[in-house]
Design a protein around this ligand. Structure first.
Ligand SMILES: Cc1ncc(COP(=O)(O)O)c(C=O)c1O
Length: 398
C-alpha cells in the first residue's frame, strides 16, 4: 500500500540520517560511542528517587495517576521559577513556567507557535542538530550566524539582524554550546543584548549545560536584561535524569504563553504528571546542588582525561577547543580529511564520533567533529581515542 505522506518531515533527510545512526551507535554494545550525549549514571539519584516515588504514591497517589493540567505541577513550576534567581533573573513566577516533555518538546512548541512557511529564524552556526530539525518541520528560512571562541560573532549577528528585521526568533545556547562546547563571554553577552533591544525578534535561550560548569563563571541568563523578549528553555536531563523527560519553557509574554499552551494541549494534553510529582518531591527532600557537584567533579576529570588522550594519540594537525564544562569537546581535522570520512572509518573500527556536518545549516564536508566524554570509562576513552588517532593517520596517509 502507498500512503500519501505530508511534505512536512522529509525523511530520510541529512540531519535525520545522522540523528538516527548516532542513537543506534550509542545503543550498540560493540561500539565505543563518543557520538551521543548520554549523561553519566552518576547523575541519576536512584535511591532518592525511590524514596520520592514512595512518598508521592502514599500521599498523593490519586493525583499522580490522574490526568492533570497542561502547564504542569505547581510545586515543580515554583521550584523552577525560583531557580532563575541563580541565573540573575528575578521576579519569575510559577505561572511563567510551562513544564514540557524535555526541552526538546519546547523547541517543537516554539516552532509551532511562531513559524509559518518562509518565516526567518536566526541560529548559531553550527547549532544543536535536533533544534535545526525541529524548526525545519515548519519550513522556515534558517539564517546561520557564525560563532567563535567567545560566543556568537557580534559583527555578523548585527548584520544578520539588520538584514532580517522580520526574523521571528534567534535560537542561542550561551553555555557549553552543543556541538562546540563554547560559551558566551560577558562582553559578547552584553553586545547581544544591545543588538536585540529595540527589535521585535524573540531571543530563544536554550541552557541545558549551564549548571555543568566546572571552572570559570557563567554569564547570567539573557532574560535578566531582555525580560519578556527572551524565552528561556531548561531541562533536568543533564543534572538529574533524561529518562523522566522533564524540561520547561519560561515564557513571560502572555500572548505567546497562551499560544504555546494551546499547542501543547493538542500535542500531549500535559507532561507525565507522575514524573513531575516525583521530581518535585525529590527536589524538596534533597540538596540538588550537592548532587550536581558530584556530577561536575566526575565530568571535570573525564574532560581532562579525554583532552590528555587527544594530545597523546591524535596526529599533530588535529586541534580542539579546551572546555570548562558541559559534556562535549569540539575538534578540527587537518586539511585533506573530512569529519564524515573519520566518522565512517571510525565506525568500521568500532568507534563512533559525531561529524560536524549535520550541525550546520548549509556547510557540508566540514573538518569539525564533536566528541562526548560524560559516559565512558577512562579505559574506554583511552582505547577509543587511540583508535581514532590510528584512523586519522590512515586517512592522512591515503
Ligand atoms: C542544546 C540542547 N537542547 C535541548 C536538548 C534536549 O534535551 P531534553 O529534551 O532531554 O531536555 C539537548 C539534548 O542533548 C541539547 O543538547
Amino acid at each position: 500500500m502507498q500512503f500519501k505522506l505530508s511534505q512536512r518531515i522529509l525523511k530520510p533527510d541529512f540531519q535525520g540520517e545522522f540523528t538516527a545512526s548516532i542513537l543506534a551507535a550509542a545503543a550498540s554494545p560493540d561500539i565505543i560511542s563518543f557520538a551521543g550525549g548520554l549523561p553519566n549514571p552518576v547523575s541519576f539519584p536512584i535511591p532518592e528517587m525511590e524514596a520520592a516515588t514512595q512518598k508521592v504514591l502514599e500521599t498523593n497517589g490519586v493525583i499522580a495517576l490522574q490526568y492533570s493540567s497542561t502547564a504542569g505541577w505547581p510545586a515543580l513550576r515554583r521550584w523552577i521559577a525560583k531557580r532563575y534567581e541563580t541565573m540573575g533573573v528575578y521576579g519569575v513566577e510559577a505561572d511563567d513556567i510551562i513544564v514540557t516533555n524535555g526541552s526538546q518538546q519546547a523547541l517543537a512548541m516554539i516552532g509551532a507557535a511562531m513559524l509559518d512557511a518562509g518565516d526567518k529564524v536566526l541560529v548559531e552556526d553550527p547549532t544543536y542538530l535536533v533544534a535545526l530539525q525541529s524548526f525545519h518541520v515548519f519550513d522556515p528560512v534558517v539564517v546561520p550566524v557564525a560563532i567563535n571562541a567567545d560566543g556568537i560573532d557580534c559583527e555578523k549577528l548585527a548584520e544578520a539582524v539588520k538584514a532580517n528585521p522580520d526574523a521571528k526568533f534567534m535560537y542561542v545556547i550561551p553555555n557549553f554550546q552543543n556541538p562546540t562546547g563554547l560559551s558566551y563571554s560577558q562582553e559578547v553577552h552584553d553586545k547581544v543584548v544591545e543588538i536585540f533591544k529595540g527589535t521585535n525578534i524573540l531571543l530563544l535561550e536554550d541552557n541545558p549545560y549551564r549548571e555543568l560548569r566546572f571552572a570559570g563563571t557563567a554569564t547570567n541568563s539573557f532574560g535578566a536584561e531582555l525580560g519578556e523578549q527572551c524565552c528561556m528553555l531548561g531541562t533536568f536531563s543533564k543534572i538529574v535524569t533524561p529518562g523522566m523527560r522533564i524540561g520547561w519553557i519560561c515564557v513571560r509574554n502572555r500572548e505567546l504563553r497562551a499560544k504555546l499552551l494551546g499547542y501543547k494541549a493538542t500535542a500531549d494534553l500535559h507532561t507525565n504528571i507522575f514524573s513531575q510529582m516525583v521530581l518535585a518531591q525529590y527536589l524538596a527532600d534533597n540538596d540538588v546542588d550537592a548532587h550536581i557537584e558530584k556530577t561536575k567533579a566526575l565530568y571535570k576529570q573525564k574532560a581532562e582525561w579525554m583532552m590528555a588522550c587527544m594530545r597523546k594519540y591524535l596526529p599533530a594537525g588535529v586541534t580542539f577547543t579546551p572546555t570548562e564544562g558541559g559534556m562535549f569537546l569540539w575538534a578540527t581535522l587537518p586539511e585533506g580529511i573530512t569529519a564524515v570520512e573519520l566518522y565512517r572509518k571510525g565506525l568500521e573500527k568500532g568507534v563512533a564520533i559525531c561529524p560536524g556536518d549535520p550541525f550546520y545549516e548549509t556547510e557540508r564536508n566540514v573538518r569539525t567533529f564533536r566528541i562526548n566524554y560524560s559516559n565512558s570509562s577512562d579505559e574506554v576513552i583511552e582505547k577509543g581515542i587511540r583508535i581514532l588517532g590510528e584512523v586519522c593517520e590512515e586517512l592522512l596517509n591515503q
